[in-house]
Design a protein around this ligand. Sequence first.
Ligand SMILES: NC(=O)c1ccc[n+]([C@@H]2O[C@H](COP(=O)([O-])OP(=O)(O)OC[C@H]3O[C@@H](n4cnc5c(N)ncnc54)[C@H](O)[C@@H]3O)[C@@H](O)[C@H]2O)c1
Length: 299
Amino acid sequence: MGLLDGRVVIVTGAGRGLGRAHALELARNGAVVVVNDLNVSLQGQAEVDGPSPADEVVAEIEAMGGTAVTNGSSVSDWNAMEALVADTVERFGDLHAVVNNAGFLRDRMMTSMSEQDFDAVIEVHLKGSFTVARHACSYWRTQEKAGKPVSGRIVNTTSGAGLWGNVGQANYASAKAGIAMMTVIEAMEMQRYGVTANCISPIAATRMLGSIGMEGGSDGWDRLDPENASPVVAWLCSEESGWLTGQVLRVDGHKLIKVGGYTIDAEYESKSGEMLTVEELSVGVRKLFGVFPPGLVIK
Ligand SMILES: NC(=O)c1ccc[n+]([C@@H]2O[C@H](COP(=O)([O-])OP(=O)(O)OC[C@H]3O[C@@H](n4cnc5c(N)ncnc54)[C@H](O)[C@@H]3O)[C@@H](O)[C@H]2O)c1
């Protein structure tokens, strides 16, 4: 018995890199996998020639005795993602999880990032994570209203850039930060229908990470292998993970890290107990941050 026997999962951007590894791990654990991939370059341009990487992933899954189909639509295409969810349900009888993973980069500094660079990256990551989940959530809500059992799972993909920032990635990091918060909202809204939403923050030596080199472990174990994050994705797609929602889990090599959200660190209250004044802020803000220049006398 596999952890995911009988479960049907859509993985976006699953033709290569992390998505491919997720699709294979899901299939290894018994899931039927819909392998979505538009097959574009690292900057999101149409790929030239060659076999579709999504077809190759499907062939690998079939070779291990699993069931998979390809879908070649863009995650940012609203209608195509609606059709993807509908077709999946029609073909396999149900849908249990969506893994939002597709994306590309257009890194530029603030002063050289074009409108197209900004829009394209927001569209593929932020909108592209919303579209699939949006249509899946409608399906799950309808199922729940009809009295059918639902154990829906949304697994989103954020990144260190979206959580802590990275120079040259105003577009990408904004999208990834948005995805982390979208996960929280999805969790809040969908819990009542039996659906959870969680987010992974992977790190892997795919073409996206670039040539930073591999760090081998003591036994030749590869800390940056894209497969490292996939067991976490598989577990999050399972029925067993139903108690966990609204979380960001960073997978760094062999470590699973619980990432906290924004917290309130400190407070400053106005002297009057009413509205803050501009005059008191020069000292008030320094008190809040504990930053005082030498010689400043605070009254
Ligand atoms: N590699 C890392 O270290 C890392 C770190 C943090 C987050 N991530 C995230 O993980 C995800 C996968 O990244 P990767 O490193 O495997 O990249 P990758 O470039 O190897 O794979 C991304 C896949 O997405 C597909 N894709 C792009 N646009 C698409 C669209 N509109 N519709 C459908 N498919 C589309 C591409 O064709 C490609 O096969 C991305 O969301 C990325 O931001 C990666």
